[in-house]
Design a protein around this ligand. Sequence first.
Ligand code: HEC
Length: 144
Amino acid sequence: MDVQELACTACHSGPMFNGPKTPMGQGFLMLFPTYTNNKYVAEYHLMAHRGRYRVTPNPADKHMWVVPSWRDVALRAPYFNNGSVDTLSQAVRVMARVRLDKKRTTVQVRDIVAFLDTLIGRLSRQTVPRLPVTLNAALPMGRE
Ligand code: HEC
């Protein structure tokens, strides 16, 4: 059972694992949590903040959150919008339950966390090429 079979990548997709490309300044918003009748929602106060609704306030934005990237996620504890979950393995368990209504075994959680651990790293450096200098082109006008 991996992140694709589990449909995690329905949201955490693309090169940054944070969904499809969106216009500059926007994110890919998704409902969180979806399944609220479980122990995690109460334990971690996942309904306490209403997400984007607080700023719009459009009812369709209730509990809508930007899907965070999985890149370097292992370095970003604590998790979720309120920082209520301390470990990545617990965040994976919570996510499977509140978004997909699935309970994960310890082995499955360990496998997913092992995969997320591989996403720590540096993005490749991109530089703008320097154009060759054209002789005399930089001389101020009228100085020949
Ligand atoms: C329907 C969309 C959706 C699906 C499916 C989904 N996620 Fe998420 N995920 C989100 C959103 C939205 C958040 C942000 C919630 C918040 O900020 O409180 C999130 C947050 C997370 C976080 C915490 C990241 C952080 O920086 O706090 C982890 C880890 C994570 N998801 C892993 C998974 C795993 C593993 C699966 C599959 C079991 C999964 N997600 C399935 C939408 C989704």
